[in-house]
Design a protein around this ligand. Sequence first.
Ligand SMILES: *Cc1c(COP(=O)(O)O)cnc(C)c1O
Length: 428
Amino acid sequence: MNHDTICVQGGYKPGNGEPRQIPIVQSTTFQYATGADMAKLFDLEASGYFYSRLQNPTCDTVAAKICALEGGSAAMLTSSGQAASFYAVFNIASCGDHIVSSSSIYGGTYNLFAVTMKRMGIDFTFVAPDCTKEELDAAFRPNTKAVFGETIANPALTVLDIEKFADAAHAHGVPLIVDNTFATPVNCRPFEWGADIVTHSTTKYMDGHGAAIGGCIVDSGRFDWTKYPEKFPGLCTPDESYHGVTYTERFGLGGAYITKATVQLMRDFGSVQSPQSAFLLNLGLESLHVRMQRHCENALAVAKALRGDDRVSYVIYPGLPGDRYYETAQKYMPNGTTGVVSFALKGGRAAAETFMKNLKIAAIETHVADARTCCLHPAGTTHRQMSEEELAAAGVPSDLVRFSCGIENAEDLIADIKQALDKAESEA
Ligand SMILES: *Cc1c(COP(=O)(O)O)cnc(C)c1O
């Protein structure tokens, strides 16, 4: 099936007389005739539902759709994108381990890695997304367990050279984890370029309507953990906390990683997505392919208009010819990149504030990738805990405005921008 069809129908095939829309299984628990029936589920000998902290049919249906969109072998939903990033890494790294990450990543992920996971004893080395192969190789240590990057970074809009990062990861016997939130599988499928695990903040384009926080992890099933049993003991040796199951033996390469993350991490941390949220997410997914096209068309029109305005000091949009990442974006995302444009005004930070408050269609929000156009000044809000140096390393200068183009009319968006630019100029 093509991706458009998977967006609409993937993950769910109702039987005779069953609901056409996915049912919301709003139940914490599931009943069984005998204790022995349930014991088999606890021993992972039979598959089935027993408690929604581990698995829920609505969430599984939606995870299956995202899994099909990414071309993966297994997937799980999480309560948020943050939970997805944390689980994706913590599932294969413990205290004393090390991760190589692109420095150009979402501010929340940077904080999770550099501060919170560091407190758990996991070390991170951050490398520039356009570092040389040698610089990338030099970042690895014997205890490195994974490489992490974002297809299109939020909000720096750098484009990850997925093949370069995948090759380096594989040469060192570890998987590449890619946060594909900004591109979505409609525009890029990182597994086709060698990535092993994909994460999403489904809060963004997948939901697309600003209705529900959520996350997702998808496994390609292609990374062979059993080649490096000493590196990945959690997947290749018995889990005493789960009746001595060895995940790679029992569930194969296609199922080991997601099963472990579900029965171990979700059991212990419990960051589940609610069935209600999964239902809303699925409604968003049904139109993802149509919305992404419009988001990208609007963003390109806005980026061109901004570039043509002499009050604007720079425009960053990987879909714009001449952008630093245009060629890389053309390789990985020939049909479109994302709906987010970053730019700065010649008047700097102060002009940005005046500009933003005068916008009438675009709202100031801590959100992005929504059907409604919104904008944000990252250095003053989402990234305010970062120093000037960290901001520069993350590709987020303090004058940068992140402008998330919705699916409204492009001429209206541009007219709104122009009148706000006029006001920023006259109020300066
Ligand atoms: C928003 C975002 C996250 C975090 O997701 P939440 O759903 O807000 O927890 C992670 N990665 C990227 C690229 C994001 O844009």
